[in-house]
Ligand binder design. Structure first.
Ligand code: SF4
Length: 935
């Protein structure tokens, strides 16, 4: 900790946000209280014994990524850390798959892991073991696991969920520029004059960077924004030009734009001649990509394509920002290359405000790449297949020659397929949830069921992967661990512990290190000295930096002392440097053997899964504004459900009308690999023929495992990144004979833990959280909606009422109609004069119209008069007023009322205060101001 104890027993610790790749600096406020006081406030919490708790998080004004700003998710970080409910607090083991796990001490857990891994290696060889890591691990964690697998066990089967996120960007950079890593920096956001967003809803995925772009555009109204996205996202709605292309046609678009640039002689011939190769081959391919042909493939107006090309080519500085829309594709590398070609051909690279800038989804996808923590890489951007690179690493690790395997390991999708086929016997999963995040999760579940050994290292019990763990190892999480992360602009920041670890949780690096020591003892020494003598993250960082010396990412000049003294730094930062390098390739010399960037003739190829008569719709997946990945952290905070309260399938009204579907009803989304049931939301954000669902909702909130029941395992041949963004589906009305709506006020995490096991048997079930206006932060509601073909057995309903404490009794009003299978129950709190709804349970054989009663409950308004009149509250549902500004708690209706009186964004900020704190709602405010007002 770098904070000092104040007289009021508060400390402040400087650290980094744990969510997206922006890498915002945060200041964590911790209150230290004596154990007795904590114990009385947090009965049953093992964290109470630590005597300290995180009470607030603010943006760090000194961090160069965010200058004090945070988005909604970052601002709510303290809330995620508040409860120990659902934390893994001790190691757990089971000998047989069907047995429950039992708690054991660390020595037993570590010895068991080491013994079982050694057995498997002796029986089946090192490639029978695999590691599946996470872009949320710190660089030091990654380093230890990478060394353990490659240097000690002798397998390159170390892959990570970054494979799902950035591997196409890596492949694109390496093929075109010769090395991984963006050539740009965040300052370029302020210096760009044309900004091309491609497959990036930055308003949701990298909101603090969008604030920087907005600031720049306010200063200079000539700045142009072009957004390429099949959906009219909040980012697209702010663009000067939105190219709503057909899904997967990005290469055709970029090729068509480059054709126009060549035709109009808007390319930088001198740059192309002196600094690139392969242009003529590409040029001859591009002859076919006339703007008209490309626009037709993309389904856009040719004039818009030409406008985009003109703005791109004539701008003094063009910056492209891209993300999952390009990467999560079976042709993601092609998409990256085609975009980079535009920059190389126009010389829009290596100068202020210009360049291709991939935005990393996770906080440390970059750090993982730096230490070579993937199946196809070695440390410090070295290649597994290069004998010279392997010899380098062997020398630096003190290993005998030819120790490292020359065989690339299994990338994520292939790794789980090998587990399913029995080729890989054991998998160690750390800090990630593949049963939610990988495509085709039905196959992932099968893989884990068939594995001989599944080790899961996690901070939270409530992920869809934990039930498969034979060994569950308790890991620390944000606020409790030390190390470093690298953000999207190659900037390394310190992550610091603000509170001590709860229960027996340990840092990820420590767990890997302890198992490695045991493995080394059992397998015999691998090197001249013990490989795992690390005693702290700083020692790991020191070894990592030694491996980078002389490489493109040389950080020989950095250590913890420097980072602590001077703050976050960009790489490269060699020894004797005063500062890191903001921009790369400023001299036009690229990281290829001949110093020239390379063009690659890249034809357009369609998405991997075509639509058909059976599956006529294109399913796109993406993010919500206030949730992050599988919601194991953001899903703990009721306030983060306010913007998007429920899972839904968004469909164009014409497509819905054609199928006789209406807003709000349950629909079945059916694909070639599975199906999910979701409520329908009519939306014209995408064109007819395309539907959208958010990626976040998992089996913790749904009776299905979420949208990856439907996505496919097709991967990009070069990057091995799967096409998570697109699948072909059909949508049908989902008809059920029994429906339930229940809600309960209380500790939502405890309620969720009790209710969640009951969801699975239902045809549709959904949990969500809601806050009560004006109530304390920890007073919230859990709502449950469920439906199945026929009424469930009475013991299921009994178990549910027990779990949600919705039992009949003195404080309940109940109405039953056994003949119609109808039950209504409301639970009260408070006296008869002024009472409040504390919970409700409604069942019916028809879809329920209980929204009015639910809204009444969630509103927290007191109930006056006869309690028996409560059921008169049900009837036709009214839509909930969506919360637009989370920070100031301003709903859509209040904003619309002001807009109807002519208010613009600034007026809304002044009158209502919305959009004045984190700014995450600013794109939506702008959109509401532009929309025609409802009558
Ligand atoms: Fe965290 Fe939001 Fe910053 Fe991303 S933009 S690092 S989620 S605060």
């Amino acid at each position: 900790m770098d904070g000092s104890v104040s007289p009021t027993r508060r400390t402040r610790t400087r650290s980094t946000c744990c969510y997206c790749g922006v890498g915002c600096g945060v200041l964590i406020d911790v209150e230290h209280v004596d154990a007795e006081r904590v114990g009385s406030e947090h009965v049953g919490s093992e964290h109470a014994t630590a005597g300290s708790r995180i009470v607030g998080v603010e943006g760090d004004p000194e961090h160069p990524a965010n200058h004090g700003r945070l988005c909604t998710k970052g601002r709510m970080l303290a809330e995620t850390a508040r409860s120990m409910q659902g934390r893994v607090l001790a190691p757990e083991l089971r000998a047989l798959r069907h047995e429950p796990r039992r708690r054991v001490d660390w020595a037993v857990a570590l010895d068991t892991v080491a013994d079982r891994l050694v057995d498997i290696v002796h029986q089946h060889g090192p490639d029978a073991v695999a590691f599946y890591l996470s872009g949320q691990l710190l660089t030091e964690d990654y380093y230890v696991f990478n060394k353990l697998a490659k240097g000690l066990l002798g397998t390159n089967n170390v892959d990570t969920n970054s494979r799902l996120c950035m591997s196409s960007a890596v492949a694109g950079y390496k093929l075109a520029l010769g090395a991984d890593g963006p050539p740009t920096c965040y300052e370029d956001l302020e210096l760009a004059k044309t900004v091309l967003f491609a497959g990036s809803n930055m308003a949701y995925a990298h909101p603090v960077l969008l604030r920087r772009l907005e600031d720049a555009r306010r200063q200079d109204s000539n700045i142009r924004w072009i957004v390429v996205d099949p959906r009219r996202t909040d980012t697209a709605a702010m663009a000067d030009l939105h190219l709503a292309i057909q899904p997967g046609t990005d290469v055709a678009l970029f090729n068509g734009m480059l054709h126009h640039l060549i035709w109009e002689d808007l390319i930088d011939r001198d740059f192309v001649t002196r600094h690139t190769s392969g242009f003529d081959e590409l040029k001859s391919l591009l002859r076919d990509y006339t703007p008209r042909m490309a626009a037709e493939l993309c389904g856009i107006d040719v004039a818009d394509l030409i406008q985009a090309a003109e703005w791109f080519g004539r701008s003094p500085a063009t910056l492209s920002l891209y993300c999952m829309g390009l990467n999560q594709s079976a042709h993601g590398t092609d998409k990256n290359l085609a975009l980079i070609h535009l920059h190389l051909a126009t010389g829009q690279i290596g100068k202020p405000g210009a360049g291709p800038f991939s935005l990393t989804g996770q906080p440390n996808a970059m750090g993982g790449r730096e230490v070579g923590g993937m199946a196809t890489m070695l440390a410090a951007h070295r290649e597994i297949e290069s004998a010279e690179d392997r010899a380098d690493v062997e020398r630096l690790w003190g290993l005998p020659a030819h120790t490292l395997s020359p065989k690339p390991g299994l990338p994520a999708v292939a790794l789980f397929e090998a587990l399913r086929s029995g080729k890989v016997k054991a998998v160690w999963i750390a800090c990630t949830n593949p049963v939610h995040s990988l495509p085709d999760i039905g196959h992932v579940r099968e893989a884990l069921q068939r594995a001989e050994l599944v080790i899961v290292q996690e901070a939270f019990h409530n992920t869809d992967t934990v039930p498969y763990a034979d060994v569950l190892l308790p890991a620390t999480t944000w606020g409790e661990k030390e190390g470093t992360v690298t953000n999207s602009e190659r900037r390394i920041s310190r992550v610091r512990a603000a509170v001590s670890a709860p229960g027996q949780a340990k840092p990820d690096w420590w767990i890997g290190n302890e198992v490695a020591r045991r493995l080394e003892a059992r397998l015999g020494p691998s090197g001249v000295a013990p490989l795992f003598a690390f005693d702290a993250p700083a020692a790991i960082f020191d070894e990592h930096r030694r491996l980078t010396v002389g490489r493109d990412l040389d950080i020989g000049g950095l250590d913890y002392a420097r980072l602590d003294a001077d703050g976050p730094q960009q790489w490269p930062f060699p020894a004797n440097a005063d500062h890191g390098q903001a921009r790369r390739y400023t001299d036009g010399i690229f990281a290829t053997a001949d110093g020239r960037a390379r063009f690659h003739a890249t034809p357009y190829r369609p998405v991997a899964e075509a639509t058909s008569a059976h599956y006529p719709l294109r399913l796109l997946t993406g993010r919500l504004r206030d949730q992050w990945h599988g919601m194991s952290r953001t899903g703990r905070v009721p306030g983060l459900f306010a913007h998007s309260a429920r899972p839904e399938l968004r469909m164009h009204p014409q497509d819905a009308a054609r199928r006789g579907l209406v807003n709000g009803e349950l629909v079945r989304v059916i694909g070639r690999r599975g199906q999910v049931v979701l409520p329908l939301q009519l939306s014209d954000e995408a064109g007819s023929g395309t539907v959208f669902a958010a990626m976040h909702w998992s089996g913790q909130f749904l009776s299905s495992g979420g949208i990856n029941e439907l996505t496919q395992s097709a991967v990009d041949a070069r990057s091995q990144q799967p096409e998570l963004k697109h699948a072909a589906v059909r949508v049908e009305k989902a008809e059920f004979g029994w429906h339930l709506l229940a809600a309960r006020r209380g500790d939502v995490l405890a309620l969720q833990a009790a209710v969640q096991p009951l969801l699975k048997a239902r045809g549709f079930a959904e949990i969500s959280f809601a806050t009560e206006p004006g109530a304390a932060n920890d007073v919230a509601w859990l709502t449950l909606r469920a439906a199945c073909t026929e009424a469930p057995p009475s013991d299921w309903l009994d178990a549910l009422t027990q779990a949600m404490t919705l039992l009949s009794g003195a404080d309940a009003v109940e109405y039953r109609d056994a003949q119609r299978g109808l039950l209504k129950r409301v639970i009260w709190r408070g006296g008869a004069g002024e009472s409040h709804l504390d919970g409700l349970l409604l069942t019916d054989t028809q879809p329920l119209n209980g929204e009015v009663l639910l809204e009444r409950a969630l509103s927290g308004r007191p109930w006056h008069g006869s309690r028996l009149a409560v059921f008169a509250q049900s009837g036709e549902g009214t839509p909930r007023d969506a919360l637009v500004c989370n920070c100031m708690q301003i709903g859509e209706s209040a904003i619309r009322a002001q807009v109807a009186q002519g208010a613009g964004v600034q007026e809304l900020q002044r009158r209502l205060g919305c959009g004045t704190v984190c700014g995450s709602c600013l794109p939506q405010l702008a959109q509401l101001c532009r929309q025609p007002q409802r009558a």
